[in-house]
Design a protein around this ligand. Sequence first.
Ligand code: FE2
Length: 504
Amino acid sequence: MDELIFKIVGAIQAAIDAREPMAAGRSNRVAEYAVRIGKALGFKPEHLEKLRLAALLQDVGKIGIPDAILSKPGPLTEEEVKIIRKHVVLSEKYLSEVKELKEILPWIAHHHERWDGRGYPSGIKGEEIPLEARVLSVADSLEAMTANRIYRKAIPWPKVRKILKDGAGKQWDPRIVDVALKIFKRPIETGMPSSPEEAQMLEQIRMESSLAQWRLLVLYEIANIIRNSSDFEEIITRSLITLHDNMGYEYLGIFVMNEVGNFIPFAVLGVELEGEAVVHTDDPDKLSDKIVKAMRKKAPDVAKEIVIPINSGNRVVGAIYIGKNDDQPFDPDDIRFFETTASYLSSLLWFTPSVSFRPILIEPSTGLYHFSSIAYRIKMRERFSAVYIRIFGLNDVATRYGEGISRIVRREFVGEMKRSITRDDILASISKDELVLVSEKSPKELEKFMKWFKKHTSGMSVKVGVDMLPLPDFKYGIVEFRPSDEESPDFNELIALAKEKAQA
Ligand SMILES: [Fe+2]
């Protein structure tokens, strides 16, 4: 099981999570149940690792099932059930392309068979069903019963145990049910192991395979970003977003040396900062202290941070700043990972921002540019239109469900908009409730687009536990800008104008 496989798994999980944000983590929990059952059945570590992969991949075929059916908030018709059942065959089909997965294919192909032969797709029974598929079936059901779903809350644990007992010899292999009842004294919440030995074993499996492979996957992605773009800004911002999404650190920044030898923040994620974070130093040894000092001013809740220099030859030309809110020491493997990233980026740092350069600020939750950092870039355009968008109802969501959920709803809204705009359009964030869309389109075309978008999102909702929250409603105002025109107001005034229009 190597690199390639984990790349595939990573990509697939990302795809599934993107599609069903509220179900994210489901396959991990199924895997956790499966691995623990496997261990109790005496599977060796390598066997367990394969079983874990199978659990993570078994439902990949759902990617091929239409959203309208998959997320349908109500009972399914017979025809729809048939279509959903196809996911097993689709999983098998997609994965059959990967020869390294040959061994686990039958486990995946039969994860919905039943001990009594009344399952699908083949209707085989008892020990005709591969042992691993029988484990997956119990693991899958355990997860499904113990997690909150769109239409119902989790089934109480004593009832789950009773359902398992009643289904032994009918739906499930009675021996596996016995094992499961013995080892699961309570449902798995977040994949927390039930004993220290188990914790150690699971940790080891993860550390040795997935984590190392995960870092490789991220590096591979960054290498791809560098390879596929010639635009420095795009490379740096996309790399930062990739690092942020995958490495779990709250603050990231890239500093670049400018023409007079100062280090200026080029792109920063997680904090708003102005020009004062520019670092003056002739002594590379002091670089780290100075960058940390500059960042701390803006992010006082950072508990631990490091600065990794970016070298070109034996000269320091830039630095990566990484900060986090907990005070655990940095994982040495993560530090090595960032050093490799720095060496990837060093080949790019021919760019020397001017003294007046303003850093690109990126909003961590959506990957959107912050409005203040794109204004000057926009001014270089000949002529464009801008839409000011005011989103409603996020505060109510925050009051009822908490800030986290309100962020998810906002991210979904922004995501839908990002998917709908064209490549040259720029979407930026002003505040929690305000966005700006800058486009080459004419005001008339933009008006048409916004009308469409309103209609398009009006029936959409986000799954939050047992509830479906509608995507928020919004108002907007459109303005046109001609920077070459002397009479034209400046960009900020223009946005104020669009805001007035939105409120009218
Ligand atoms: Fe399934």
